[in-house]
Ligand binder design. Sequence first.
Ligand SMILES: [Zn+2]
Length: 405
Amino acid sequence: MPGASDANTEGSCEALCRTMVSQNGLQRETADISQSVLYTSLMGLLLITDNEEQLTLGSGRVGLRNIGNTCFLNSIVQCLSHTHGLRDYSLCKLYKQEKFSKEDAKLMEAFSQVLSGLWDGNEGDTVTNPRQLYILFKGAVPGFSDYSQQDAQEFLRFLLDKLHTEINRRPYSRRAGKEPEQINSGFRISEEGAAMWKKHLERDDSRIVDLFSGQLRSSLHCSLCSHHSNTFDVFCDLSLPIPKRRSAGEVRLKDCLDLFSQEEKLDKENSPMCERCNRHTECTKQLSIQRFPQVIVIHLNRFTMSRWSISKSTVYVSFPLTNLDLGPYGSVNCGPVLYDLYAICNHTGTVNMGHYTACCLDENGWCLYNDSSVTPVSESQLQTNQAYVLFYRRSNSTSTSTVKK
Ligand SMILES: [Zn+2]
């Protein structure tokens, strides 16, 4: 970050935390355990400082320099930078208090530096350079830079995974490989799901998990003996197929979600073993959301890999800006579960010649982030056939709804 020494950064962080508390920034999101932890940590910082200097959080309307085909990184970082729970955690360097790993949180540190550049109200800069973050990321995920056209969605997955590893509150529990995600049947589905989630948190628990992780249920029904079974998987994004466009009708996000969660018939060759029949049988499989995350990342799967090539779908998919109801894709009777959009990662162009930009919402409206340029956009300009990754946050009105069986 240009022009800011470490000492300055530390000082401004304390002031920043104070600003955030006083500006009700913390009441914006669901008051759950994590938020209260955050609040307590912030108060801790406030108590140890007698620095009266007040730092104003900048507008966040700062661009990111393109340092050579890095638009995929820039667009995703802007979306994450507008994820308040992650932004505040990074700017206040709360990971320093939480972290138990022996490893240095180098990537987290670099990420936090970029966010400081984007949100520091005292800096007059209109552009920040993400070079250090990019270099460390390439070091942490070798091979990623081998792709000729880096995929923003994959970058997001890798970045969140690496950040999580660095700031995991349970670094000592062995991260086992893929265990059979199943426990004794006989439990009610909600108990089964809760038990699996608890198991997950025993190994993996971080700010990233607090914000982005949810739980997907896959229910299988054997056509031969009618046996039901469930498996549970943690997800950090929903990757949705885009249905073929019906003649003139538009495709809505709801159509993608319906397709994603529709019952699927599996033949013997593709079905898992039925526990009761003890062999592969024809069965049906259906996906539903067992546990809703605070932030849901929805990936519109525009790229289709065939044997010889990758093709891109440019179908226009409409999506709601507010009150996206994911309740119908949750457990039976879970009621409405509402989300509001706050960031979009767009992909323009073709598979081989593409460009990523982001649209993000702040207190004063939406802006288009195109590498170093930042320009306000109206809501009517947000819905295009270039929308690729959508970031929704759960709205307060539904934060108390519970998941029932
Ligand atoms: Zn069976």
